[in-house]
Design a protein around this ligand. Structure first.
Ligand SMILES: Nc1nc2c(ncn2[C@@H]2O[C@H](COP(=O)(O)OP(=O)(O)O)[C@@H](O)[C@H]2O)c(=O)[nH]1
Ligand SMILES: [Mg+2]
Ligand SMILES: [Zn+2]
Length: 351
């Protein structure tokens, strides 16, 4: 194992101080890290300093991250987190501002959606919005072509919202489309398969690996329905040297860092002609977007999706802003109560 195999770039290599070993997080299962280094693959823990200085989830390593390590015997201690080129994050479910970092330093996200009941253009828009803000490229993989209700119509519908992104159709059972996927994946570039649970991500990676073994070795647990599901996130090397990350299904993909402008360029293009500059495209007179819906050039569901995602992102950013404020106070004073006590004391002194 060498760092070149793991996708290291000269630029990154120059950033690490000689006092640390360089490694890449290639596995994460709950709090268990696995790192790849030039001394082999090993388990890793987080250094106390890193944990103490951490302010938010982004300060912790995730799969794909490059880290500065101290190697003691056969285990590694993660001392530093190197700057990321890209990060794919989601807000976790509920009225919380918590984020989960799904992957880091991915060159291209492979957004997987099945052509069966899983097929949902609105969910795809959500994935695209996050992908467009992640710093990674994105390609759309439509899986289970054997289950398609209307293959041509489904493909066209996806291409219409893909804004020029590549769309690949695959059937992991017959290998159809697998060659096209193989051609896409370049040596030493990192790819992450993302998408709902059950769309066939792990099956596709197995096809690419040609080795059933590797993925089934990954830690698996029974979910509520007694099925085996991937709980860990792992990075694999394909025979041609491409690096792929398998991710577990995400029940909810809350919007936080998202790029709606890029994802909904068509709507933004129309909005240029709205009468009011601050038009909400809902009830204003002279709204060019509503006009496009009425004349059939814009899908009403797509507009609804754009408005809903915008609203959700605004709400989540506000929640996050508040949470950051609280985190800052806790970091400085321990708690809000203690902060008040400190301020009271200062006031008393002044008197
Ligand atoms: N009919 C059909 N089933 C598939 C295909 N690809 C995967 N599956 C099945 O879909 C189920 C979920 O696949 P899996 O790879 O575990 O999905 P993941 O959760 O996205 O990793 C498994 O039972 C697979 O055998 C396909 O192209 N066609
Ligand atoms: Mg899986
Ligand atoms: Zn408008």
């Amino acid at each position: 194992l060498n760092l070149k195999t793991l996708g290291i770039t000269d630029e990154l290599e120059a950033q690490i101080t000689p006092s640390f070993n360089l490694g890449r997080v290639i596995g994460l299962n709950r709090t268990q890290f696995t790192v790849g280094t030039d001394q082999g693959v090993m388990q890793a823990t987080l250094a106390g300093r890193l944990v103490n200085l951490a302010f938010e989830p982004e300060d912790f390593p995730t799969v794909g991250d490059w880290v500065g390590l101290r190697i003691v015997d056969t285990t590694a201690i993660i001392e530093r987190l190197l700057p990321r080129k890209s990060v794919f994050l989601r807000k976790v479910a509920g009225r919380t501002s918590s984020v989960q970092l799904v992957t880091a330093n991915v060159d291209m996200l492979l957004i997987c959606m099945a052509l069966d009941q899983n097929f949902n253009l609105r969910r795809l828009e959500r994935y695209l919005a996050i992908a467009n803000a992640s710093g990674s490229q994105a390609t759309i993989i439509l899986t289970k072509t054997d289950r398609a209700t209307d293959l041509d119509a489904q493909r066209t519908a996806v291409e219409n919202i893909a804004e020029g992104k590549t769309v690949i159709l695959c059937n992991a059972m017959t290998e159809s489309g697998i060659d096209e996927l193989k051609e896409l994946l370049q040596p030493r570039q990192t790819y992450a398969f993302i998408g709902s649970s059950g769309v066939g991500k792990s099956t596709l990676i197995n096809r690419l690996l040609n080795q059933e073994q590797l993925i089934t070795q990954a830690v698996r647990e029974n979910d509520a329905h007694g099925r085996h599901t991937t709980t860990s996130r792992d990075l694999f090397e394909l025979p041609n040297g491409a690096l792929v990350i398998d991710t577990p299904g995400m029940r909810e993909l809350g919007l936080l860092d998202a790029d709606l402008d890029t994802t909904f360029q068509d709507i933004l293009g129309l909005a240029v002609d709205c009468k009011f500059r601050d038009c909400t495209h809902q009830h204003e007179p002279g709204c060019a977007v509503q006009k496009a819906v009425n004349t059939g050039t814009l899908d009403a569901d797509r507009l609804a999706s754009f408005l809903r995602l915008g609203q959700e992102q605004a709400e989540n950013l506000e929640l996050r802003g508040k949470a950051r404020e609280v985190a800052k106070i806790n970091k400085m004073f321990g708690s809000k109560k203690q902060m008040k006590a400190v301020m009271q004391k200062a006031r008393n002194k002044r008197r």
